[in-house]
Structure formats: structure tokens, C-alpha cells
Design a protein around this ligand. Structure first.
Ligand code: G3I
Length: 333
């Protein structure tokens, strides 16, 4: 089959995926498939605080450096995920970081980590998942340690520090549950758009929106119409757009694998035809390449014991109908 990244490149698009150090270093067949299909690599976990910072004073870049070399040696772009998040924080964080020293820790983290990879990064997810519709705040910012210690300006601070540390990287705000035609997703799209408008009005160097795209399969089918206007509104702010973590949770779909694979492929096709109509969309990244390595596996497994099949390749690394959807959508972009 044609390599997804090469047909993407002819359209000025980037196709890539997430992988872990473990997957790429221990499974040669997977590493080869990854190198064949992907034009960009994002480490699933190796650039999170939890993996980079074994103790307050130490940074361990060993695995992320190995992955940067893997990308470079295969002619791939490399992207970072994520400089500021409320999850995957090291065990020492809660007992060490406080209101008095949070700014020092945040600035030091960003300058050390983004500085370490300066000039090597296509893009960074600078801030991840800062909006939470459950909170009672006008700005709907999630109640994270960063918000509690530094106030809403932690986001501006993070983007400015990242721009200073690596002026060449595209600086991305990344979030999830903003894809489907549902009232909740529409409310979250509105909150994300307002955040981006505020950041831009303050001259904060946010340059792109990352749409995680962890999609849900539903027996009654899935539509993606409301996202079109949202993408245009984001592009009108002068932002680029990346699909950063695409996969399809098929938990609600029929048991039969072949039926499920076709339903998942249709969701890939419908979503991609909606988002790739927007010229500001520059990249499509899936969150893994093979069902063998999906983060969804250890989530509420299907009642019938059947593994989830959210990705373009199956557990034996064979292309699935979802792969065909990706190839066709990219070819028609
Ligand atoms: O490596 C340690 C291991 O040493 C330890 O024994 C084990 C038990 O605690 O944990 C292992 O680390 C796990 C890590 O994945 C590597 O497997 C963490 O517990 C586990 O929390 C971590 O989960 C990752 C999760 O983000 C949280 O960081 C998933 O792999 C990863 O797919 C998921 O990805 C997120 C994106 O970053 C943001 N968007 C949503 C997406 C899915 O949740």
C-alpha cells in the first residue's frame, strides 16, 4: 500500500502518529511500518513531566532523545507533547510545587525542555486540555495546579516561554471533545474559541489549535457538520489547525470485527472529509498506528471481550478499512 505520509506530502499535509519508545525500540516490524507510513512522530508519553523529571532537580532526556534520533534518521518530523498539563505530573510535584515557586518551576521546565529540542521540533503542544465545562468560571478554565498557583495567565506565560526557548517550533493549544455534533462538544468549541480569541487579543504567541479527535462510534452513525464552522472561525484568528490524536472508540459498535471495521472506517472518512476541507488544517496524526498499541485497550474493555479496533492497522500490522479511509481522504484533500 502507498505510504500515507508521501501522498500527504504531495498535498502539503503531514500524516503521522504517536508511538512510545518501548514500541519502536522493541518491535522491529512496527518500527518499519511506522517509518514507512509516517512523516511525523510524536512521543506518546516521553515528553511529559512524569517521564522527563525523575526528581525536582533532574531532567532525563534519554528516551525522548532516542525518539528524536529515530525520527531524524527516518526523515520524519518530530513534535512535542506536552509542556503544560494537569496529568502525567511526577510523584514529587504535589508535595514540591506551590504558589510561591510554581512560576519558577514552569519557566524552568519550558526553557529546559523546549530549549533542549530547539530547532528540532515541528510543533509543541504547549498547553493541553485547559478547558473544563464542569467548572463555574466565566473563562471555563480547568481547575489545575497551574490555574490555582498562577491564575489564568499561566497559559500566556507558557506560550511566551516556549516562543523564547524555541522560536522555530509551531506553538499549539491542544484539546479534546470538540469534534462531534453534540451540545456538549458545541459548548466546548465555543469555550475553546473564546480562549483562543483572548490569547490572540493579548498578543500571546499561540499559532495553532490541536484537535485531539478521540472520536466515538455510535450505532446510529456519526455526523461532523458543526465542526466545519468552528474550523473556519479558528482559521479566521490566523491560526493553523492540527488533528493531533485521531482514533475511533468502537466500544458501542457491533461485536463483529468486520462490521465494526467498516463502521470505524466510515467515521474516519466522514471526519476527515469535514476537516480536510479546511485549508488551515496542516496535519493529521493518529494516536498510534496499530490496534495492538491503543491506549483504549485498558479502558472499559468491550463486554464481549473483543479488543477495541480504533486504529488504521490491526494487531498483526495489516491495513484495515480505516487505513483506506485515511488514504482516500488524503488523496482527495
Ligand atoms: O511507565 C510506567 C510504569 O513504569 C509504571 O509501572 C506504570 C504503573 O504506574 O505506569 C507507567 O506509565 C504509564 C504510561 O502511560 C506509560 O505506559 C502511566 O501510568 C499511564 O498513566 C500513561 O498513560 C498515558 C496517558 O496519556 C497519561 O499520560 C497513555 O499511555 C497515553 O496514551 C495517554 O495519552 C493522552 C494524551 O497524552 C492526551 N490526550 C489524551 C490521550 C489519551 O488519554
Amino acid at each position: 500500500e502507498v505510504a500515507l505520509h508521501s501522498s500527504a506530502r504531495t498535498k502539503g499535509l503531514i500524516f503521522g502518529a504517536a508511538a512510545t519508545y518501548q514500541q519502536l525500540s522493541s518491535n522491529k516490524a512496527y518500527a518499519n511500518l511506522f517509518a514507512q507510513q509516517c512523516g511525523m512522530l510524536v512521543p506518546t508519553n516521553e515528553l511529559k513531566w512524569q517521564e522527563l523529571r525523575p526528581s525536582p532537580g533532574r531532567f532525563n532526556f534519554t528516551r525522548a532523545d532516542w525518539m528524536a534520533r529515530f525520527a531524524r534518521s527516518h526523515g520524519m518530523l518530530f513534535r512535542g507533547h506536552t509542556l503544560v498539563w494537569h496529568k502525567a505530573l511526577p510523584n514529587w510535584f504535589a508535595s514540591t510545587v506551590n504558589k510561591q515557586n510554581a512560576e519558577k518551576y514552569l519557566r524552568e521546565h519550558i526553557s529546559r525542555v523546549a530549549g533542549h529540542y530547539a530547532g528540532q521540533m515541528h510543533s509543541w503542544d504547549v498547553v493541553n486540555e485547559a478547558i473544563d465545562l464542569q467548572v463555574q468560571r466565566a473563562d471555563q478554565l480547568r481547575n489545575t495546579p497551574w490555574l490555582r498557583f498562577l491564575g489564568p495567565e499561566y497559559i500566556d506565560l507558557a506560550f511566551r516561554a516556549a516562543a523564547e526557548a524555541d522560536p522555530q517550533a509551531l506553538l499549539v493549544y491542544n484539546d479534546f471533545a470538540i469534534e462531534h455534533d453534540t451540545p456538549q462538544a458545541e459548548a466546548k468549541r465555543t469555550a475553546v474559541l473564546r480562549l483562543l480569541e483572548r490569547l490572540k487579543s493579548r498578543g500571546t504567541p499561540v499559532q495553532a489549535l490541536g484537535i485531539q479527535s478521540h472520536l466515538f462510534g455510535h450505532p446510529d452513525g456519526v455526523k461532523f457538520t458543526q465542526i466545519r464552522r468552528f474550523l473556519r472561525n479558528v482559521a479566521d484568528l490566523g491560526l493553523q489547525i492540527m488533528i493531533t490524536e485521531l482514533d475511533v472508540n468502537d466500544q458501542q459498535l457491533p461485536r463483529d470485527a468486520a462490521v465494526r471495521d467498516r463502521a470505524v472506517a466510515k467515521i474516519y472518512a466522514d471526519f476527515l472529509s469535514a476537516v480536510l476541507d479546511e485549508p488551515a488544517v496542516i496535519a493529521v496524526m493518529t494516536w498510534g498506528l496499530s490496534d495492538r498499541y491503543t491506549w483504549l485497550a485498558n479502558r472499559k474493555p468491550r463486554g464481549d471481550g473483543g479488543g477495541l479496533r480504533p486504529l488504521p492497522f490491526d494487531e498483526q500490522l495489516r491495513p484495515k478499512p480505516a487505513w483506506q479511509s485515511l488514504a482516500s481522504a488524503i488523496a482527495q484533500a
